[in-house]
Every structure is written in structure tokens, then in C-alpha cells.
Write a protein that binds this ligand. Structure first.
Ligand code: ADP
Ligand code: TRP
Length: 333
């Protein structure tokens, strides 16, 4: 039997190049090797009280993007969290053994409580419990997450062990982070602000469905040095960023050509960026087409979501049958 991988995807905005190379590509590898469950964490997103329209729109977008980019419903189980209400039942059970003190100490909770003092709701406090329910529902053992989620994952282990100890069983495995360290790519942004991020603003980010003209403008406006570098001068961080982006989408010959120009002095950044914009458009165009086509195909999206929900629920029902049995609830009526 293949090991179970579980990962939640927050429905936040459009995917950018950083999300694609940094996180999404790993999903494509995982779906080949594991029994993987990828779900859209729409319960989690209620902590911020989205309107029904906004929630629907962002869930649809993320589903369309992940499918368009290559998550294959035949190879993995992709579903909406809210289509599997067993998640909420397990969340309730786990909450009975999650303690206020430990929840209040979670870094992400403390951060949220500081930045949004007017909305410190119980859902925020118990966010790690819901995340544990997501994972334990499928008895997941591997979870592909970044550094920011490690504390949450540690709590999933705590809740799994606590349940096992309380009921004197060995039911839930301890979920571990999948180490993505070796193939983690850090994609820089266009404004020399560090890594590409939605929060660094529109000019920093290249979205995967970026229109050709917008893409061209963004790249041509990217920061470089004021004049051509002198021969042998090291690359400035802004110029290094553009070389890093080029490494993702251009041919080795192209990269070598501009590298040589930079080393020899006299590189023309206008030409360099024009080339980057051309190669980026060649990379983005097919992705943009696939994403747009998927967004326009509501029927297919519905079918995929229904298919995934069915598979996920089946597994979840079996887990919950056993959990209810362990706890001492009747499964009879
Ligand atoms: P943003 O910073 O734009 O809000 P998110 O925090 O939503 O991005 O990132 C979602 C996932 O994409 C995370 O797993 C994160 O590690 C990855 N990711 C985001 N930006 C980058 C980047 N510039 N380079 C590599 N990975 C990234
Ligand atoms: N908390 C995760 C994030 O912010 C999303 C998430 C929810 C998740 N449930 C999960 C990730 C279960 C992995 C496993 O990115």
C-alpha cells in the first residue's frame, strides 16, 4: 500500500510563478508516488468571513488552476474540504482534547490576534485542530508543507498521539513533513523585494495567467542597475533576480549569452529584459490558455469536484466509523 499524503490549499488569489515552482511542482511529483489527497481548505477560510460570492469564486479559481496545471483526478484525490463533512466531526472530537494553553501559544494564532484584534474568533484559535482533522481523517503520514506550517504539523502529531493514548489504541499515525528541501526553488520577485509574493504588490508578481502585454510591461519595468555593469563586476541583487527568473524559462544558450555579456561588461539591460519577456511569455502562454479554458468549463470542474469528493468521503467514512467505535459511540443507528 502506498503511503498517504495530505495537503490543504488555501483558496487565496491567483497562483504566481513562485507558487508554481516553489510548491505546486512538488504536488505533481507526489501524485505519482503516493496515495495523495489534495483539498481546498474552504472551511479554514471562514476565519476571515468571506462573502458567499467571494468564497465560491476563489474556490473555483484554485480548483481550475490546480487541474489546469496538472493535478490529475485519476492519480490523486482532489476535493473541497466542505464536501467532506466528516472533517468537521473529527474536528469536534479532537477539540475535546485540545487545550486552551497550547492553542494560545501557537505562533500563527498570536500573530493573527495581534494583527486583527477585532476578529480573534474560536476558529482561529482551533485552526491547528482543524488542520489535524484534515490530515488524520485520511490517516496521512506525509504532509508537504513549508516552514511556516511546521508548528501546526507538530500539533497534529500531538493530537494524534493524545487520541491514541486516551483510547489505548494505535489508530492514528504520526504525520511528518515531506522534506521538499532539495528541490525547493525560491523564485525572486521583479521589484528586488526578495521572494516573489502577492503581498509585495502587483509589480512584483508574475501570475500564471498573466496577459502577454501586462507580462511584457512588468518585466520591462523590473529594476536593474542604472548603467551596464563594468567587466568583472558582481551581479547586483536586482540583476541576479532577473538571471534567476531567466534560469526558469530560457534556454542554456540564452542564459550563457547574457552571462558572458555581463561578465565582459556592457550588457544592455533593455535587451536582456526583452529576451526574458519573450521567453517568459512562451512559458506562460500555454498555462494561461489551460487555466482560462478550465475556468470556462464549469461542467468539467463540477464533475471533477464531485469525483474527488466521492473518493475522499468514502475514505473519511471508514475512518470515522472506526473512530466512533473507538470512542464508544454507536455505529448502529
Ligand atoms: P504569497 O507569498 O504570494 O502569499 P503563499 O504564501 O500563498 O504566497 O504561498 C503558497 C505556497 O507557495 C507556499 O508553499 C510557498 O512556500 C510557495 N511560494 C510562494 N512564493 C514563493 C516563491 N517566491 N518562491 C518559492 N515558493 C514560493
Ligand atoms: N494551513 C495550511 C496553509 O496555510 C493549509 C492547510 C489546511 C493544510 N489544512 C491542511 C496543509 C492540512 C496541509 C495539511 O497553507
Amino acid at each position: 500500500m502506498k503511503e498517504v499524503v495530505v495537503s490543504g490549499i488555501r483558496p487565496t488569489g491567483k497562483l504566481h510563478l513562485g507558487n508554481f515552482f516553489g510548491a505546486f511542482k512538488n504536488f505533481l511529483t507526489l501524485q505519482e508516488q503516493y496515495d495523495s489527497y489534495f483539498f481546498i481548505a474552504d472551511y479554514h477560510s471562514l476565519t476571515t468571513h468571506p462573502t458567499p460570492g467571494d468564497l465560491k469564486g476563489s474556490v473555483k479559481r484554485v480548483l481550475a488552476e490546480y487541474i489546469a496545471l496538472g493535478l490529475d483526478p485519476e492519480k490523486c484525490t482532489i476535493y473541497l474540504q466542505s464536501d467532506v463533512p466528516q472533517t468537521a466531526e473529527l474536528y469536534l472530537f479532537l477539540n475535546m482534547n485540545a487545550y486552551l494553553g497550547e492553542l494560545e501559544r501557537v505562533t500563527s494564532f498570536k500573530e493573527k490576534a495581534r494583527t486583527q484584534p477585532n476578529n480573534i474568533n474560536a476558529g482561529l484559535l482551533t485552526y491547528p485542530v482543524l488542520m489535524a482533522a484534515d490530515i488524520l481523517l485520511h490517516r496521512g503520514v506525509k504532509v508537504p508543507v513549508g516552514k511556516d506550517q511546521e508548528q501546526h504539523l507538530e500539533m497534529s502529531r500531538t493530537f494524534a498521539n493524545r487520541f491514541n493514548r486516551l483510547y489505548n489504541c494505535d489508530f492514528f499515525p504520526e504525520p511528518q513533513a515531506v522534506s521538499l528541501g532539495d528541490n525547493l526553488v525560491k523564485v525572486p520577485g521583479l521589484t528586488d523585494s526578495g521572494k516573489m509574493s502577492k503581498s509585495a504588490g502587483e509589480a512584483d508578481t508574475i501570475y500564471l495567467n498573466e496577459e502577454a502585454s501586462v507580462l511584457n510591461k512588468k518585466i520591462m519595468r523590473a529594476v536593474t542597475d542604472s548603467g551596464p555593469a563594468e567587466a568583472g563586476a558582481p551581479r547586483s541583487s536586482a540583476v541576479q533576480n532577473l538571471f534567476d527568473l531567466m534560469a526558469l524559462v530560457s534556454s542554456p544558450e540564452t542564459i550563457e549569452f547574457f552571462d558572458n555579456q555581463h561578465k565582459a561588461g556592457g550588457i544592455r539591460y533593455g535587451d536582456f529584459k526583452k529576451q526574458l519577456a519573450t521567453d517568459m511569455e512562451l512559458f506562460i502562454a500555454p498555462l494561461r490558455e489551460k487555466i482560462d479554458a478550465m475556468l470556462g468549463n464549469e461542467k468539467l470542474l463540477d464533475e471533477i469536484a464531485a469525483f474527488g469528493a466521492e473518493k475522499a468521503r468514502k475514505n473519511a467514512q471508514e475512518t470515522m466509523r472506526q473512530v466512533r467505535d473507538i470512542i464508544g459511540f454507536s455505529n448502529k443507528y
